[in-house]
Design a protein around this ligand. Structure first.
Ligand SMILES: *Cc1c(COP(=O)(O)O)cnc(C)c1O
Length: 452
């Protein structure tokens, strides 16, 4: 029988997260205070995050130990499976080998619990009572709601309006885990009210929902804020994905030539690729590493690498990242988790260093790839993950055209069981591609903060 699964025993769950900052040839640009434009210190972030996470945010230690209680929760779905997509390879009639690391086997259905569990744990240890957060498609909100239930924390979620309406089952899941969910922009916060006054019928965006969640945490000493992507500590927690993949690819006896992940804020991509980027820096890995983003929200391929706010209401510090401008509200594509105006500063930085590259995919091509994948492999992918699949298939077809062997590894960041409404719309021919929103992006970029 041909092998299609490369499984590791529970004892091989990584004991430490891998911090690529230890190996970077050039350090990242500092995070700046939005008022003084000076680098911020740990105390500036203390109203929002527990100190252990703030220290992880700036750590340059190579290995950061995973606490026992976090590893114990990981054991429910980790090590996650690595599959060889043999039926997809046959369907494509390609000489390429396609492997995928599947993160949809977690209880919430995506990679997000890898960091949600860690964040809830550190908050609990430091005495936080309540976490506030934003969610796009609902994947992050449901992961954090679950983690809060495990560690006895309250959870308040601002859910982007378009997803709140499109994805009622995700909302129900968050509420089942005990979270309180509000559509964003809401009238509960100053930032929400300001946006509603200017754009009464807005779809909302992650940037707006972040402002609301940050505002609530900043005003209440018992509430801290949790972010599901973008920040260094979040990307760090996701490196369990890539560390396991390295071992599993060794079990398969293969080295990837191309490594692919979809990018919204950059966390599932970074989780898979940063252990490989570390090897690339040391000359131990020659793979192409490709980030895939939606053509409607192309921060890496069309954005500027510059200082910007992380949120639309301008409450967050300034970070240097690829950005479309913090006031850009992306079109309502169904890959809600990819509708963010910026990209993780760490992902932006390694792209600037030439260690990774980026490409973009249109919504209809992403869904076509997801359907082809589902028919071959039996897993309905999350709409976000369809972007990675589209690029993996593209690479496999190029290998066929060139008559070359090629080993492709991608991360399947989640399943799409709660996203079937978007598949219904796709099958009914109701989804459309969005043109690159050049005018709106130009306007948002014109409003970038002036940093010398
Ligand atoms: C949130 C999400 C993404 C996008 O976020 P990243 O931080 O870029 O990983 C991608 N896929 C799934 C399934 C998600 O839930």
């Amino acid at each position: 029988m041909e092998t299609i699964q490369y499984n590791l025993p529970q004892s091989r769950i990584p004991r430490a997260w891998y911090n690529v900052l230890a190996d970077l040839p050039k350090p990242m640009a500092p995070t700046l205070h939005p008022g003084t434009l000076q680098p911020i210190g740990p105390d500036d972030l203390a109203p929002l995050f527990p100190m252990s996470l703030i220290l992880q945010e700036v750590s340059t230690e190579r290995e950061i130990e995973i606490p026992g209680p976090v590893r114990q929760v990981y054991a429910q779905w980790r090590p996650s499976p690595l599959f060889r997509a043999r039926r997809l390879e046959k369907a494509l009639d390609t000489p390429a080998k396609i492997y995928y690391k599947y993160e949809g086997a977690s209880p919430a259905g995506s990679h997000k619990p890898n960091t949600a569990v860690a964040q809830a744990y550190y908050n609990k240890v430091e005495g936080t009572k309540r976490l506030s957060t934003e969610t796009g498609a609902g994947q992050w909100g449901s992961s954090l709601a679950m983690a809060c239930a495990f560690f006895g924390l309250e959870c308040k979620v601002y859910m982007v309006r378009v997803s709140y309406d499109q994805k009622p089952y995700r909302r129900a899941l968050m509420e089942a885990f005990g979270a309180s969910v509000t559509a964003s922009p809401s009238t509960e916060t100053e930032s929400g009210r300001a946006i509603l006054a200017a754009h009464p019928n807005t779809n909302g965006s992650l940037g707006i929902a972040i402002s609301e969640a940050v505002e609530v945490a900043a005003k209440d000493p018992d509430t801290k804020y949790a972010l599901g992507s973008v920040l260094n500590h979040v990307l760090l927690h996701q490196t369990v994905i890539g560390q396991e993949a390295l071992e599993q690819m060794a079990l398969a006896g293969d080295e990837p030539d191309v490594i692919v992940g979809c990018t919204g804020g950059g966390s599932n991509f970074a989780g898979l690729v940063m252990p490989y980027v570390g090897r690339k820096i040391k000359g131990q890995c020659g793979a192409r590493i490709v980030a895939v983003e939606p053509a409607a929200c192309p921060s890496l391929t069309k954005g500027q690498f510059t200082y910007d706010f992380g949120d639309t209401g301008h409450l967050t510090p300034l970070v240097k990242m690829h950005t479309l401008g913090s006031t850009f509200i992306p079109p309502g594509i169904h890959a809600g988790g990819l509708r963010y105006h910026g990209m993780a500063p760490l992902v932006s930085h390694v792209m600037d260093l030439g260690l990774i590259e980026a490409t973009s995919v249109q919504q209809l091509d992403a869904f076509a790839a997801g359907i082809q994948f589902a028919r071959a492999e039996g897993i309905i992918p999350a709409p976000e993950a369809n972007h990675a699949i589209a690029e993996a298939i593209h690479q496999a077809l190029m290998a066929k055209e060139e008559g070359k062997e090629r080993t492709i590894l991608f991360v399947l960041s989640g399943h799409g069981h709660f996203d079937m409404q978007s598949y219904i719309a796709y099958q009914a021919g109701k989804l459309e591609n969005y043109d690159y929103p050049a005018e709106e992006i130009a306007m948002a970029l014109a409003g970038l903060p002036a940093v010398g």
